[in-house]
Ligand binder design. Structure first.
Ligand code: NAD
Length: 261
């Protein structure tokens, strides 16, 4: 628990399942008030709200497409109307699909870049406008990936979006550091969420993935949520512009394990 987080207001994009829901619940445990944005899964978002409220926290669910500027701005208004302000913004929404690059349609490229990179820009812009207008020392977290560093064949659009998130995070962190607005990224590795459900239900694919993780297991969404709580807490008060990898060591060149190479 981070006592200073009590009463802070957070917006989490794409919070109806997976990592977003885990962060919403973790923030609820911190006694923060949470705006849970969903795109299509209203039931998932309302379930997360109900769990937070049942545990004594405050939360609301709001529909918005984070790749639309108008929708991103509407989330700020919801935070202000529902909870009286805004302190923390988590750009979590993301999507992926697999195509050899020569067959990748412009439509798929635009959709993935639109949510994963443009959505991060629009969410960040909306939050920065509120923070600067109200003199707030706000916090922004961008959900990146190990694929901001590791190339991923057949996912060129996804890897490009996360590579973009890395330098976007560093640039905005530098730009707003003088106002004490901290901007960081989290780089999850292989996490047990709906995006990976099909892959991890196949024992062979699960074995292949865990073989790429020095800690030899996949991660839980709650482990990413713990990193998010830390980054927005005062325990991270001098940290800005970093990507905190939550990946069991996946970015450590695991093929060299045991002195190979
Ligand atoms: P998920 O599919 O479970 O959740 C993604 C969420 O984003 C969903 O709630 C979805 O509705 C939402 N979303 C998609 N398009 C949206 C839009 N236009 N507007 C608003 N919301 C939208 O995936 P997850 O695994 O929880 O992923 C969360 C984030 O973590 C993503 O950015 C993803 O790229 C990143 N990530 C996940 C992993 C992993 O292993 N699960 C690894 C690295 C990075």
């Amino acid at each position: 628990m981070y006592k200073e987080l009590t009463g802070k207001v957070a917006v989490i994009t794409g919070g109806s399942k997976g990592i977003g829901t885990a962060i919403a619940k973790r923030f609820g445990e911190e006694k923060m008030s949470v705006v849970i944005n969903y795109h299509t899964d209203r039931v998932g978002a309302e379930k997360a709200v109900a769990e937070i409220v049942k545990a004594g926290g405050k939360a609301v669910a709001v529909q918005a497409d984070i790749s639309s500027e108008e929708d991103a701005d509407s989330l700020v208004n919801t935070a202000v109307k529902s909870f009286g302000g805004l302190d923390v913004w988590v750009n979590n929404a993301g999507m992926e699909n697999s195509h050899p690059t020569k067959d990748l349609s412009l439509e798929d490229w635009n959709r993935v870049i639109g949510v994963n990179l443009t959505g991060v820009f629009l969410g960040t812009k909306a939050a920065l406008n509120y923070f600067t207008e109200h003199g707030k020392k706000g916090n922004i977290i961008n959900m990146s990936s190990v694929h901001e560093r590791i190339p991923w064949p057949n996912f060129a659009h996804y890897a490009a979006s996360k590579g973009g998130v890395k330098l976007f995070t560093e640039t905005v962190a530098m730009e707003y550091a003088p106002q004490n607005i901290r901007v960081n990224a989290i780089g999850p590795g292989a996490i047990n969420t709906p995006i990976n459900a099909k892959k991890f239900s196949d024992p062979e694919q699960l074995k292949t993935t865990t073989g790429m993780v020095p800690m030899q297991r996949i991660g839980e969404p709650s482990e990413v949520a713990d990193a998010a709580a830390f980054l927005v807490s005062d325990q991270a008060s001098y940290i800005t512009g970093v990507t905190l990898f939550v990946d069991g060591g996946m970015t450590l060149y695991p093929s060299f394990q045991g002195g190979r190479g």
